[in-house]
Design a protein around this ligand. Structure first.
Ligand SMILES: [Zn+2]
Length: 273
């Protein structure tokens, strides 16, 4: 499942490759993607002849800004991918959208499991739809003070608070497990019980993990373009995620796995309090 660092890598790739390029033709093979969402029926008409002016990320959403002042908002869901080819590309089974550019390249959106989302809306509306999201974890808006303010009075476990997009945008399960381990905080602690001292430790750890993973994401994307199913280089840096039954690198105690809100949580009961 693409997490924030992978989404960031995809955004910079599309931006680097297609910014300023004009869409001369578009094909949509499937309009129904994620349940309850659909690619607009007039998508082809609205994107043809426009240029990509910018590509940004908000949480795990990719925002492709078009010269028509519309934004194509994409969520990769579980298996969504963007791959660049040239115009001679032959459509593969799970390709749902292909954008053809004037320069001879095309951008293919594929999604085997169809949990992804592709929407197109005037910029103002597109941004309003994402306004519910909390601070970007890599921005200065996400800091110990603002974070404590957001979790004040919340009795949910800190693990679930960190996954709540309204508190902080785009953090995924892997990064939350890893950050809590590095900060020595139990995922079971009530969010409201986190102290300033702990927040001052946790917030920079989250930023650091994401930055390290974005740096390794370049590797993910190279693999991602050539072969399916390969994991990014950051997988080698994981200390608790997926390590159930293995020894904790700090104390040698066994890493345990529990379920929280339907998601697996990996942690060390001894190091994390
Ligand atoms: Zn330990």
């Amino acid at each position: 499942m693409p997490e924030l660092p992978e989404v960031e890598t995809v955004c910079s790739y599309i931006c680097k490759t297609f910014k300023g390029e004009e869409i001369v033709r578009a094909e949509v093979f499937r309009f129904d993607l994620r349940i309850g969402t659909s690619v607009p029926q007039d998508f082809i008409k609205r994107v043809t002849g426009t240029k990509i002016t910018d590509v940004c990320r908000r949480g795990k959403y990719i925002l492709v800004h078009l010269s028509s002042e519309e934004i194509m908002t994409v969520h990769l869901g579980m298996t969504g991918r963007f791959i660049a080819h040239d115009h001679s590309y032959k459509r593969a089974k799970h390709d749902h959208i292909i954008l053809y550019f004037k320069g001879g390249k095309c951008l293919v959106f594929s999604d085997a499991r169809r949990f992804g989302m592709v929407d197109l809306a005037p910029a103002k509306i597109a941004l309003e739809r994402l306004a519910f999201m909390g601070a970007e974890p890599l921005s200065d808006d996400f800091n110990p003070a603002s974070f404590l303010q957001k979790i004040k009075g919340r009795k949910v476990p800190i693990k679930q608070a960190l996954l709540n997009q309204e508190i902080v945008a785009g953090l995924g399960n892997i990064y939350v497990c890893e950050a809590l381990f590095e900060a020595g905080i139990s995922p079971l602690r009530a969010a409201e019980k986190i102290t300033l001292q702990e927040a001052e430790k946790l917030v920079p750890i989250i930023k650091n993990i994401l930055q390290k993973s974005i740096a390794a994401g370049g590797t993910t994307f190279r693999d991602y373009r050539s072969a399916e199913g390969k994991k990014g280089a950051f997988v080698n840096s994981l200390l608790v995620y997926g390590k159930e039954g293995e020894k904790c690198v700090n104390c040698g105690h066994k890493i345990v796995k529990i379920m929280q809100g339907g998601r697996g949580t990996f942690f060390c009961e001894k190091c994390q309090r």
